[in-house]
Design a protein around this ligand. Structure first.
Ligand code: F6R
Length: 614
């Protein structure tokens, strides 16, 4: 939620900041702004709306300067508007601040500042920062001390960048709870450039190396990085090479990141399998440092996650139960963190998160740690806070996911949960070599089966045409594909704004069936397997009430095809692997429905990709 950038270097500051903000737009897109030094004075340009709107403004006011900060906002305090857009300034316009996160005690600080005569023009929590820094400067502290004194007054979770006229060659920064990365690049003339951003894509391809700040760290950069810990001791910023390539975060031949990321799934799966499966017989997680003796003795797994990641976690729970024969639960992080969970010392708490920054999932892991439980995270961003705070980490290896609607991260999560369950079963002596070989053999057929589904896109578009004017759509699935129904509904509602709900099909008769009518179609996820006949009954109940049924079926399932109004086929697989296939048509269905409705699929309204506030 919200993205911040900062730059010092030989390039025109506006172009670097704008390119960075565009790459961070997935974090929020309500308003945006930049502040920069123009001949030692701070200038500011901001605009409601997208980065493109800010760019239009910038074109009107030629920018000269090489030092600046920028922000793209997802509104928390105060509506999306120009006045609430960051950067925020003090009254003298000598200090400009951008912030990602939340200042929880801002009302208290605001009251204090008001009593000192400070006036506020926005409704944001961030505006207290430039005023508080200004206050300390006016009390006689230099800018650096005033910045630090202000940091010590804050409660909350934030990443901050600041420029101030007292130090026109510096960009100040601080991190406590929200991500912040420093980076170093070199331009063609060999001049060093320094950057900061909420996420790595903001400085690709400029930066060659990066440093991920820890909570409590702060500092500034001028011609070099000056980094301090919370008590103020100087520390080294150990830079790591930037692994992300420009093509990983560019659209290439695609019009939208969501479609690109859907299409990346077969290759992604091949990459994951190549990395995880050794000699065609062993499943390995080289980054997972848990001793085998520990993992095999875990009696219970509690998976906690949000949104799409929880949907994959629900299937992960089944994998752990059915394959590894372990007790397993899956829960909303936002509930888990507050329900004072009861768990024994032989419980392992799992957090699943694409971004690795989701506030509730992080809080769930912290809650588990406070009860002395071990925590394992499945994350796509290996440098994220969740990864760093976990006892063990499994890297999802999906590559950067930019589209706000999660697609490839979901199948990467499913694959890793499946492999993890097999790994646990293996080290617990529950698997025969033959069973392992069979799984691996079948898993390796899945990428080509995914490719085949992608070839059915025209058919999927036809069904999207039939959905595009509906107000409501229901999704049904059972066991392995109950979460597929939930995920299909989540995808449709978040990007097309059509109301959609997923249900465990067995629950349908206990209430939801009342919603069925000629206007409310039902999508039934019914690949071949134990639950298929049960789902046929559900389908018939819908038909008997004039409902239209679209079914996800196994290729060649003529019986189901004859009962449904239209079908989308997936190649045959064992039931346990079917969720890796059945979700693809639903991802494309929501994509095309949203496109037909004229929605912005990569940046759906009200959403941000990384939900770093509660
Ligand atoms: C839906 C979606 C969200 C995320 C959720 C958790 O398409 O993207 O529901 O899955 O916000 O995010 P992560 O996985 O980053 O913790």
């Amino acid at each position: 939620m919200c993205g911040i950038v900062g730059y010092i270097g030989p390039k025109a500051v506006d172009s670097v900041l704008i390119v960075g903000l565009e790459k961070l737009e997935y974090r929020g897109y309500d308003s945006a702004g930049i502040a920069y030094f123009d001949r030692n004075e701070i200038s500011i340009i901001k605009e409601k709306g997208r980065i493109a709107d800010l760019e239009e403004q910038i074109k009107k006011y030629p920018v000269e300067g090489h030092i600046g900060i920028g922000h793209t906002r997802w509104a928390t305090h105060g509506e999306p508007s120009k006045v609430n857009a960051h950067p925020h300034m003090n009254r003298d316009k000598t200090i400009a601040v951008v912030q990602n996160g939340i200042i929880e005690n801002y009302l208290e600080l605001k009251t204090e500042l008001k009593s000192l005569g400070y006036m506020f023009i926005s409704e944001t929590d961030t505006e207290v920062l430039p005023h508080m820094i200004d206050r300390y400067v006016k009390e006689g502290f230099d800018l650096e001390k005033a910045f630090v004194k202000t940091l010590h007054r804050l409660d909350g979770k934030y990443a901050i960048a600041m420029i101030g006229e007292k130090n026109p060659d510096r960009v100040y920064f601080a991190k406590d709870g929200a991500p912040l990365i420093l980076a170093e690049g070199e331009n063609l003339s060999g001049k060093k450039e320094l950057l900061l951003a909420s996420d790595v894509p903001a400085f690709v391809p400029l930066a060659k190396s990066a440093y991920y700040l820890n909570d409590g760290e702060w500092g500034y950069f001028d011609s070099t990085i000056h980094l301090f810990d919370r008590p103020g001791a100087q520390i080294n910023a150990f830079m790591e090479p930037v692994a992300i390539k420009l093509e990983d975060i560019s659209l290439g031949e695609y019009e939208h990141f969501m479609r690109k990321e859907i299409y990346e799934q077969p290759e992604m799966l091949e990459r994951i399998l190549a990395e995880r499966i050794v000699n065609n017989e062993t499943i390995e997680f080289s980054e997972l440092k848990f001793p085998r003796e520990y993992l095999s003795k875990v009696a219970r797994f509690i998976i906690q996650a949000c949104g799409t990641s929880l949907n994959s976690g629900m299937i992960g729970k089944l994998y752990l139960e059915q394959v590894a024969k372990k007790m397993a639960d899956a829960d909303y992080s936002s509930e888990f963190r507050y329900r004072n969970p009861v768990a024994g010392g032989d419980t392992l708490v799992i957090g699943i998160s694409q971004s690795g920054e989701t506030a509730d999932t992080l809080a769930g892991l912290r809650e588990a740690k406070s009860k002395f439980l071990k925590v394992l995270s499945f994350v796509n961003n290996i440098n994220s806070t969740i990864a760093r705070e976990s006892d063990g980490v499994i890297h999802l290896m999906a590559g950067p996911e930019i589209g706000v609607a999660s697609t490839k991260a979901y199948t990467a999560q499913l694959t890793h949960m499946l492999l993890f369950a097999y790994h646990v079963a293996d080290i617990s002596w529950l698997l025969t070599s033959e069973e392992k070989r069979d799984l691996i053999k079948e898993l390796k057929t899945i990428p080509d089966k995914m490719r085949k589904i992608l070839q059915y896109e025209t058919k999927i578009k036809e069904i999207a045409e039939r959905l595009k004017n509906r107000n409501s759509v229901l999704f049904l699935g059972r066991t392995w594909n109950h979460a597929t129904a939930l995920e299909g509904a989540l995808k449709l509602k978040e990007i097309s704004y059509i109301h959609a709900e997923g249900y465990a099909a067995g629950e349908f008769k206990h209430g939801p069936i009342a919603l069925v009518s000629a206007e409310v179609p039902v999508v039934v996820v019914a690949p071949k397997g134990e639950m298929r006949t049960k789902l046929i009954s559900n389908l018939q109940e819908v038909k008997a009430r004039n409902g239209e049924v679209f079914a996800i079926v196994t290729e060649g399932d003529d019986e189901l095809a004859s009962l449904a109004d239209a079908v989308l086929e997936v190649p045959e697989s064992s039931e346990i692997l079917s969720p890796l296939l059945t979700i693809l048509p639903l991802q494309l269905l929501s994509y095309h429905t949203a496109i037909l409705r004229g929605c912005d699929v990569d940046k759906p309204r009200n959403l941000a990709k990384s939900v770093t506030v509660e």
